[in-house]
Write a protein that binds this ligand. Structure first.
Ligand code: ATP
Ligand code: MG
Length: 419
């Protein structure tokens, strides 16, 4: 992929010729403005990566963007007035798309996430406030590239290079350290840019002032990116990883996890990689939850992985694996199998059988209900639950092999014993 030829124009690209996008660009143009697609969309399109969100830059003021799109029958929502951003919604139904239209700007003063901005009609100034040269490319409605900072050469080399002086750009916004690693892991190739890496190392301690939400966004994307292993190794060596992860990071376990995912045909799973990197036991769950603002569902997944009272997957027989799958449900079971295997150098020898189990063995349903117990003359109450529980345990212990008739015969025995 890294040597693939990079096109010199985006003319004819499907995402660019889409009528909804052409409609917005055309409306802005008809009001006398210049409007170009900016940043990530241009970068991705040139690299042949799917274009998800399309951001538009224009020399029209936010007020003019608002009015002129409304007049063209487009829905305009002032989503980020202080940054000069108006969101334009074009199309309807399943064709509806939203575009962020941002007026060319200069960040006069940056305080982390918040920048005091001044609007401008100078495209080079707008490019200069962006983080990396390959993120500072533009293209117009016909697909012609506009490259004020020579980002194209860096993009073709898949080199993530800071715009301007790296130390200064990092001190304006320390998130750029994480973005440097994340964007390289996703779109770069080869070694990290040496200047940028050195500046990240020098300024790593400034990351302590970043919000957990911003760290989460970048770091979870980094974990799922193609070059995650190289990048985590470099982050560790540069003293950046320890600013992000609250425990010593286990990069080689992430390497095994990503091999396991690939070998079992799974997509990269950022949360499993996070667990491989930093989950050593139950006490880490809370640290990770706070550090990465994990959702309840994500926290629950980590809790299941960290839980200690269950048999090891390695060396477990078919019956024990079925028991684990039954108790945990499919997602948690698969998480546990992969997580444990990632922690066992050499891997678990029964791994492929363990991973195949959810497909091969439909989880059975316990046949008896409370009313079956009551029908045997046991009075409704705690006794009913106790009998059911005992029978269910026998059923599970049999490897779910006890048939319904046998279970009912055992129920007769237990109900009689209680008389
Ligand atoms: P992705 O495609 O993965 O979303 P992206 O580059 O589009 O990557 P966004 O966060 O969507 O990332 O940002 C859009 C553009 O805004 C970037 O391409 C870059 O030009 C600029 N940008 C984003 N964050 C920063 C930042 N912290 N400092 C400077 N410029 C930034
Ligand atoms: Mg983006």
């Amino acid at each position: 992929m890294s040597n693939a030829r990079i096109p010199t124009t985006l003319a004819g690209a499907g995402w660019l010729t889409a009528p909804v996008l052409q409609g917005v660009l055309g409306a802005l143009q008809r009001c006398g403005g210049t409007a170009r697609v900016a940043g990530g969309a241009v970068r991705n399109a040139l690299l042949g990566v799917a274009v998800k969100d399309v951001d538009i830059a224009t020399d029209l003021t936010p007020d003019d963007v608002f009015d002129c799109c409304r007049k063209a029958g487009l829905k305009a929502v002032p989503t980020g007035v202080e940054h000069g951003t108006v969101t334009i919604v074009a199309g309807s139904g399943t064709d509806a798309s939203a575009f962020e239209v941002t007026t060319l700007r200069i960040d006069v003063e940056t305080h982390g996430r918040h920048a005091d901005v001044a609007f401008t009609d100078d495209w080079e100034a707008d490019a200069s406030r962006r983080d990396f040269t390959l993120n500072a490319l533009y293209c117009d409605a016909s697909g012609t590239l506009f490259d004020p900072l020579n980002g194209y050469a860096d993009l073709a080399a898949r080199r993530v290079r800071f715009v301007g002086d790296a130390d200064q750009r990092i001190r304006e916004d320390y998130l750029r350290i994480l973005r440097f690693f994340r964007i390289h892991a996703q779109y770069g190739a080869g070694a990290l840019d040496a200047d940028g890496l050195a500046a990240c190392a020098r300024n790593a301690d400034g990351m302590s002032r970043l919000s957990s939400e911003r760290i989460r966004q970048e770091f979870m994307r980094l974990l799922a990116a193609p070059l995650v292993l190289d990048v985590l190794g470099e982050m560790d060596a540069a003293g950046v990883l320890s600013e992000v992860v609250p425990v010593p990071g286990n990069v080689s376990r992430v390497a095994r996890m990503s091999e396991l995912e690939a070998a079992s045909g799974r997509e990269p799973d950022a949360l499993l990689r996070l667990a491989a990197l930093a989950l050593r036991g139950e006490r880490d769950v809370n640290h990770l939850r706070r550090r990465f603002v994990l959702t309840n569902r994500e926290t629950g997944r980590l809790e299941r992985l960290a839980a200690t009272r269950r048999p090891a997957v390695a060396g477990a027989g078919a019956g024990q694996l079925k028991r684990l799958l039954y108790d945990e449900g499919e997602e948690s079971y698969t998480d546990i199998v992969l997580f444990e295997a990632s922690g066992a150098p050499g891997g678990a020898e029964n791994l492929s059988a363990a991973l195949a189990l959810p497909r091969e063995w439909p989880v059975p349903v316990f046949a008896l209900k409370g009313r079956d117990v009551i029908a045997k003359g046991v009075p409704a109450g705690a006794e009913v639950g106790a009998i059911l529980k005992a029978l269910k345990q026998e059923w599970e212990a049999s490897g779910f092999a006890m048939r319904e008739e046998v279970l009912r015969a055992r129920l007769d025995e237990l109900a009689r014993r209680g008389d």
